[in-house]
Design a protein around this ligand. Structure first.
Ligand SMILES: [Zn+2]
Length: 480
């Protein structure tokens, strides 16, 4: 009897992670939604529709608040498209992603949002939200923000880096935050001091310092901290909620901790690459060094330690991936030159949508830094709240979508390229064996990954209707 053939199914385990704790429980699932959660013996009364997950952790599906699937950067296409990237997400226990929409060809936010959604829906196999990227704080664009909310999206993305392309100057960011605040829109900000970095890169180029290590040296830790502190200041003045993307430094985490201490509406994330990979990898010869180019750059050990502490003590709210893979061949190798290397020609970004759960479990729970409940908060509940989709996602509660991960804490995950499903020709974690393994994934009540196999005819992903910060506004919650 296949659980996928049943309209109604029970899942039980001795280690179910619910908002009230970790313990024995059963879930009754019908029509893709959790109907009931209980403890004690499940009431299925011997019917053969029970998934016995005893010994496995049963947790809500992972929510990745920061991915770049199927994206074109500088004429180069990311290695993962909507299909391959979302299948890889499922393999890794992530059932929902929040990706990005950029303004349309006419500059409009709505046209860009609808075009991006149309590309994705019908191809993604995870549920989807889209952060609306704002690169222009003119009145005509800010007037569109209410329509972004009406279209069911509750988060924006802004950059303090990449002048001339994506960056908003301080006064522009202030205007954006001022317009976002009354609408309850959360603004995710990529915080690096774009002007200082451009100057550093220009000087490095003049000196001929273009090896991959100079990618990190031209974006030193203070360029992140300075931008973070300014963004927090602007958010306070505007009364806006900001989310600090991919924090990578001691100073960035400390600034977030201070802001939270003052009770400000600031949240932050980091990514597995900033927890696991050190800056010296950029110094590896040729290909190996260039494969590690991402922004912000990899950092030294003291920064990795500070990020782990920020996850453990509640300063950081989520672990996202910033999944943005490029193949070595025909992608990262653009930085190889006759003289050696030119890091400015290498597209930035690392793969990660599949490896987030094992990397965080291995370093966090198996590493003794925090417990299982905190792990689930960081990979699922926390990002679901930030995205405005909690408790539809990120929780095992009556009314939540039946998106579950069966996780074996005693198992192990190979992070070698050959063992993974992301459509990219290398792995930054080659040779690493992480403690913990995703052994099953359910989406909308269908087991889409189980025992090393996938169910190809699983449900397609949907564009989620996401709530603004106070849960009200033009977008009504689907269920409470
Ligand atoms: Zn990103």
């Amino acid at each position: 009897m296949d659980i996928n053939d049943r309209m109604k199914a029970y899942v039980h385990s001795d280690r179910v992670v619910t908002p009230t704790g970790v313990g024995p429980a059963w879930l009754c699932i019908e029509e893709g939604v959790i109907q009931t959660v209980g403890d004690g013996p499940d009431p299925s009364d011997g019917e053969p529709l029970v998934l016995d997950a005893t010994g496995l952790v049963v947790m809500p599906g992972g929510v990745d608040f920061h991915t770049h699937l199927d994206m074109v950067v500088g004429g180069l296409h990311t290695a993962d498209d909507w299909e391959t990237g979302s299948w890889a997400a499922l393999w890794g226990g992530t059932t929902t992603v929040v990706d990005f929409a950029e303004p349309g060809v006419d500059g409009g936010l709505l046209s860009g949002l609808f075009a991006r959604a149309a590309e994705a829906v019908g191809r993604v196999v995870v549920d989807l939200g889209l952060h609306m990227t704002v690169t222009d704080a003119s009145d005509v664009r800010l007037a569109e923000l209410a329509e972004v909310v009406a279209a069911g999206q509750s988060t924006l993305k802004a950059y303090t880096a990449y002048p001339g392309r994506l960056m908003l100057e301080s006064d522009e960011l202030a205007r954006l935050l001022g317009a976002a605040a009354p609408l309850g829109l959360r603004v995710m900000v990529h915080c690096e001091d774009g002007h200082a970095i451009e100057k550093n890169i220009g000087e490095a180029r003049q000196r001929g310092d273009l090896s991959a290590l100079w990618h990190a040296r031209t974006r030193p830790p203070e360029t992140e901290e300075r931008a973070v502190r300014e963004v927090i200041e602007l958010a306070r003045a505007a009364g806006a909620a900001v989310h600090l993307a991919h924090l990578s430094t001691v100073g960035g985490v400390e600034a977030l901790r201070e802001a939270k201490g003052r009770g400000e509406a600031v949240t932050g994330e980091t990514c597995p690459q900033y927890l696991w990979l050190e800056e010296h990898r950029l110094g590896l010869e040729g290909a190996a060094g260039l494969c590690h180019v991402c922004a912000p750059p990899l950092r030294t050990a003291e920064h990795l330690d500070a990020l782990w502490r920020g996850l453990a003590d509640g300063t950081l709210d989520a672990v996202s991936t910033d999944h943005c893979p490029f193949d070595w061949h025909g992608g990262k190798d653009r930085g190889l030159t006759v003289e050696g290397a030119d890091f400015t020609r290498t597209p930035g970004g690392l793969p990660g949508v599949e490896t987030r759960l094992p990397l965080l479990f291995a370093g966090g729970v198996a590493g003794g830094r925090f417990d299982l409940a905190r792990f689930v908060e960081l990979v699922s509940s926390g990002p679901a709240r930030l995205a405005g989709i909690y408790p539809q996602k990120g929780a095992l509660l009556p009314g939540s979508d039946a998106d579950l991960v069966l996780f074996d804490p005693e198992g192990g995950t190979s992070l070698d390229v050959d063992a993974l499903h992301m459509n990219v020709d290398h792995s930054p974690y080659e040779g690493l064996w992480a403690q913990g393994r995703v052994v099953g994934v359910m989406r909308q009540g269908v087991l889409v990954v189980a025992a090393g196999k996938v169910t190809q005819d699983g449900p397609l992903g949907r564009l989620l209707t996401r709530n603004v910060i106070d849960g009200s506004g033009p977008v009504a919650p689907e269920r409470v």
